[in-house]
Design a protein around this ligand. Structure first.
Ligand code: FPP
Length: 240
């Protein structure tokens, strides 16, 4: 058997779907699925560097998720606070740098303060670059970037003719990050749901049926191998 020498993905982004269905199938409250989902986040964060991954981005809460019941939204917000408090020291010891992307002004002060604290605590770490998309929506991110660009033009700091793809990337929440190589969505849905639309232009997508609470390290390895077998051409011709 030939050895697959294709490069592994540097930046993997995950749409962690299926927590609610996983819980309902077991007669549990949807929040139980999210709680189990946190365990999976912990495992994948731990495992990722061992597979050559430098950047991991996870979609924790979308700008559309506010439509869910108050019980679920409140439960998720409290879970995020608990995750930060409970995991901060381990993440820091493991040299993980944590960033949050998404809209901050709609978040509860307690959560926002914890997010800023964790970002500051881990800001010098150069191991895994973990990004948590929280109250994130791609169109919202682009709209906020356009507002900032318009202000910069208004203040004379930027000329309209100088605007390039690179300028737009630099105004997004992900300015410091490379584009994702691989985007994984769990739980059988074949949608991208407003996740990193600008950044994902050349990403490979892998959609798998496994629900996020069942997405263990061997499932992770399985999707990384699917990625390695893809032929990425970035608009160039096929190499034979
Ligand atoms: C989608 O499943 C999942 C979410 C909206 C929340 C994701 C959150 C976690 C995995 C918990 C913690 C994350 C971090 C970073 C600490 P769904 O509820 O839409 O599932 P369904 O489609 O089956 O209803």
């Amino acid at each position: 058997m030939s050895i697959n020498t294709a490069p592994s993905a540097d930046h993997v982004a995950i749409i962690m779907d299926g927590n609610g269905r996983w819980a309902r199938h077991r007669g549990l409250d949807r929040l139980e699925g999210h709680i189990k989902g946190v365990d999976r986040v912990r495992e994948i964060v731990r495992a990722a560097p061992g597979y050559g991954i430098g950047h991991l981005t996870v979609f924790a809460f979308s700008t559309e998720n506010w439509k869910r019941s108050e019980h679920e939204v409140t439960g998720l917000m409290s879970l995020f606070r608990r995750y930060i408090r409970g995991e901060a020291m381990t993440l820091h010891e493991d040299n993980v740098r944590v960033r949050f992307i998404g809209r901050r002004d709609q978040l509860d002060n307690r959560l926002d303060t914890l997010m800023k604290w964790l970002e500051r605590l881990t800001s010098k770490n150069n191991g895994l670059q973990l990004t948590v998309a929280l109250n994130y929506g791609g169109r919202d991110e682009i709209s906020r970037a356009v507002q900032r660009i318009a202000r910069a033009v208004q203040q004379g700091m930027l000329q309209p003719d100088d605007l390039s793809e690179g300028t737009i990337s630099n105004f997004l929440d992900t300015a410091e990050l490379p584009d994702p190589d691989l985007i994984v969505r769990t739980s059988g849905e074949h949608r991208t749901s407003n996740f990193l639309p600008w950044q994902s232009c050349y990403a490979e997508y892998v959609f798998i049926d496994t629900a996020w609470p069942d997405f263990n390290v061997s499932e992770f390895v399985r999707v990384l191998n699917i990625f390695r077998n893809r032929d990425r051409r970035f608009g160039d011709v096929i190499s034979l």
